[in-house]
Design a protein around this ligand. Structure first.
Ligand code: BG6
Length: 301
């Protein structure tokens, strides 16, 4: 029996989940239920698409995204783990950690009476991950696809020494045009501006993007709302276990330089990432578990 057949035998649920191989070695859990459609790659436990029925897609996926073993998918919800951004001491290690480019195991699927579907994934360690991250730990991702998309990243310290964890759900949202959009919820928060050498500023009012933006808002547990006048909708981002919110749009020049982005596509997306980064990294004691949760839902404007 092929891997795909055995995955389907164990985890497919009629009218909820089916596993498909969309390219050589690239398996996707396709979720289709009464509320929404979603595709989740087993590599990276990467949610590539989410679209509530009757709505435009909530997540942005680059038309040039690469679906290939070892490559991160440009769009959807990349998992940054167990560090965010460059590694603190070793710049040769991959930015945003390795979780988004390694295979995860599909551990369980479940259909709920309200018509939603959940899937649980576990990160698979290998020699490379153990070298890069010599801390005994587990990472699991629970994804619930309903009217909203709920994502929980659960980290446990299974060793006997504490470690520092940086993480983020690096979510790309689809918008009608960056000029139609305001991000609300961060008024009064402090942020470190990566475009200005990590200088510290305070946000006033909503965030309007007119050039490259790469900011880590710190010490904020607030919901964010992306108001989109073009699509006449707002995307609400609720979060728990997260003290940082990262807002990113590479703008034209940087987007053009990325092989999996493309000219002008920066206008269709914005990243609002829920996580724990920089001064908000988490110290996890032996035996402790930390859960980072974000939930994305659509409201009419
Ligand atoms: C953001 C960072 O979270 O991710 C940016 O703040 C970075 O600095 C961006 O450019 C994209 O990262 P990557 O590794 O997916 O190209």
């Amino acid at each position: 029996m092929s891997i795909l057949q055995s995955l389907n035998q164990q985890h497919a649920i009629e009218n909820h989940v089916q596993l498909r191989e969309i390219a050589d070695g690239v398996i996707i859990a396709e979720v289709s239920n009464q509320h929404a459609l979603a595709n989740i790659a087993l590599q990276g436990a990467h949610i590539a698409t989410f679209q509530p029925r009757g709505e435009e897609p909530v997540l942005w996926l680059s038309p040039n995204a690469k679906f290939a073993p070892g490559k991160s998918i440009r769009g959807g919800v990349p998992i940054c783990w167990p560090w965010f951004g460059p590694h603190q001491t070793d710049s040769s290690l991959p930015g945003h950690g390795f979780a988004r480019t390694v295979p995860w195991e599909l551990l369980a699927t479940k259909a709920y009476p309200d018509g939603s579907t959940s899937l649980r994934f576990g990160l698979i360690e290998n020699d490379t991950t153990r070298t890069q991250w010599p801390h005994a730990s587990t990472a699991q991702l629970e994804v619930t696809v309903g009217k909203s998309l709920r994502v929980e990243l659960v980290t446990t310290n299974t060793g006997d020494a504490p470690f520092e964890l940086g993480e983020a759900l690096h979510t790309y949202f689809q918008i009608s045009d960056v000029g139609n959009m305001t991000i609300k919820g961060l008024d009064g928060c402090e942020y470190l501006d990566k475009v200005q050498d990590f200088a510290r500023f305070t946000q006033h009012d909503g965030i309007v993007i007119e050039s490259e933006v790469d900011r880590v808002y710190v010490n904020t547990e607030a919901d964010c709302v992306i108001e989109d006048k073009g699509l006449k909708r707002a995307i609400r981002i609720k979060k728990q276990g997260s003290k940082s919110t990262v807002v990113w749009n590479p703008w034209q020049e940087k987007a053009e330089k990325m092989g999996d982005f493309g000219p002008a596509l920066h206008r269709d997306m914005v990243c609002v990432e829920s996580g724990n980064a920089l001064e908000n990294v988490i110290t996890l004691q032996p035996g402790e578990t930390h859960t980072l949760m974000a939930e994305y839902s659509v409201e009419k404007l």
